[in-house]
Design a binder for this molecule. Sequence first.
Ligand code: ATP
Ligand code: MG
Ligand code: ZN
Length: 456
Amino acid sequence: MANVKTKWVCQSCGYEAPKYMGKCPECSSWGSFVEETVLPENTKSVKSQSHTDIVEVCKISDVVADKTVRLSTGFEEFDRVLGGGTVAGSVILIAGDPGIGKSTIVLQTAGAIAKSDKKVLYVCAEESAAQVKLRAERLKVNSENIFIYSQTDIDNIKLQIEKIEPDFLIIDSIQAVYDNNISSGAGSVSQIRECTNVLTDIAKRNDITTIIIGHVTKDGSIAGPRVLEHMVDVVLSFEGDKYKTYRILRGIKNRFGSTNEIGIFNMDENGLNEISNPNELFLSERSKAASAGSTIIMASEGSRVLTAEIQALVGTTAYPAPRRVTNGIDYNRLLQILAVIEKRVGLKFNTSDVYVNITGGIEIDEPAADLGIALAIISCAQDVIVPNDVILLGEIGLSGEIRKINNLEKRISEAQKLGFKKVIIPKNNLTNKNYSLELVEVERITDAIVAAINTK
Ligand SMILES: Nc1ncnc2c1ncn2[C@@H]1O[C@H](COP(=O)(O)OP(=O)(O)OP(=O)(O)O)[C@@H](O)[C@H]1O
Ligand SMILES: [Mg+2]
Ligand SMILES: [Zn+2]
C-alpha cells in the first residue's frame, strides 16, 4: 500500500498537528481538527515554481504602480468603504451570513463594471448559470461583457481566467471551490488556503481585480478566517438583519484605505439600493414618542456622522450575580459607566440586571457615546424621560467629569440639519457657537442629568 501521509488541521485557524487534538493550542477552539492528506512533494511545487520564473527582482524606483486609477463599483457606499473604488489587481474578500445578499451586491457591481467597458468573469461555484441569469434579470443586469462560469474546480477556473482575460473576477464562493490535489473536502482550511493562493497569484500577476465571497460560520467568523484574512488586500463584512431590509458593509482590513467606513444599503426585489442619507431613514423608523431608557447620540463613523438610538433596560435581577448585556457597545465600557454612575450619582446597580442596546445593528466604540449610554441607564432606572429631540454627546471620566470629544462641530451641524432642538455637550469643547439649536455645556454627569431631563 502506498504510504499516504496525513496531518490534522484546525479548521478555524489553520494550525497543523501530526495527530488528532481535542483543543487547538493556537486558537483554543474545541473539536476543530480535521484529517487531511499531505500533498506529495512533486505536485506541491508546481504552482510556486511557475511564478518564480515570471516575477523578477527590480528596483522600487522602476516599479510602475498605476494604483491611482480606481474603478467604481457603481455604489458610492461601496466605493467609500474600499477607500474610493477598487484598486486594479487587488483581492477583496466579502464575508457574510447565508442569504444576506452577497451574490446580489457582486452581481450589481459586475453590472456597473461591465458598463465601463471592462470584462467581468463571474464564477458561480454554488449556483448554475441559469440561477445567476434569473437573479441578473431581476436586478436588471445585462451586458456582453459579463461572463458566467459555473465551476468549482480551481484548475478549470484558472484555465478560463487565462482564456477570457477578465479585468474583474468574482468567485462566489471560495468555500465551494476546490483543488483536486488536496484530499480534504471543499471548504476545509487547506482547500481555502490553496485556492485563495492560486487566485491571488493570478490577480496580482495579471492586474485582475478579484472579489472573493466567503461564508461565515455560526459564531460569525469567516470560515478558515485568519488564513484568508492574511492573504487578501481587503476584508469586508456584509451584515444586517435578514428580516429587515437594510444591510451594512463594513471594512475589517484595507490595504488601500481606512477601515472606519461603513456603507449602508436597502434591499428590495430590485436588489440593493444605497442609502446615502442614513440619518433620514433612522428618523423615519424611530418611534415618535420618547420613552424611559432611550437616548439619541450622533456617532462619528469614518467620514460620516450617524444618528443612533441607545436603549437601556434596568431591572431587578433573578441571578446571584446581576447580568450585564451589551449589544453594539463595548462590555467593559458599560461596566465603567455603571461604576461612575454608582459613585458619582449615587444610584446602585448591585441587584439590577443592565442591558444596553444600540438599535439598527450599528456598533459604536467611541467614548463620545458615554453620556448617551449613561443617561439611557439613568432614565430607565429612575423612570424619567429624556425628550427625543435632545442629543447627548460627551465622554465620561472616572471622576464623573464630562470630557471633550472629536468632530463636535460636525455632529452638531448634522443634529441641527435633522431638526433636533437641543444638544448637550462637554464644556469648552466648542469654539464656534453659532447654531440655531440650543447648546447646553456641561461639566459633570450630574449637570448633564439636570440638562437632559428637566426640559419643559
Ligand atoms: N424576488 C425577491 N424580492 C425581494 N428580495 C429577494 C427576492 N429574491 C431574493 N431576495 C433577497 O435576496 C436574498 C438572497 O440574496 P443573495 O442570493 O444575494 O444572498 P447570498 O448572500 O448570496 O446568499 P447565499 O448565502 O445563499 O449565497 C434573500 O435573502 C432575499 O432577501
Ligand atoms: Mg450567494
Ligand atoms: Zn485553531
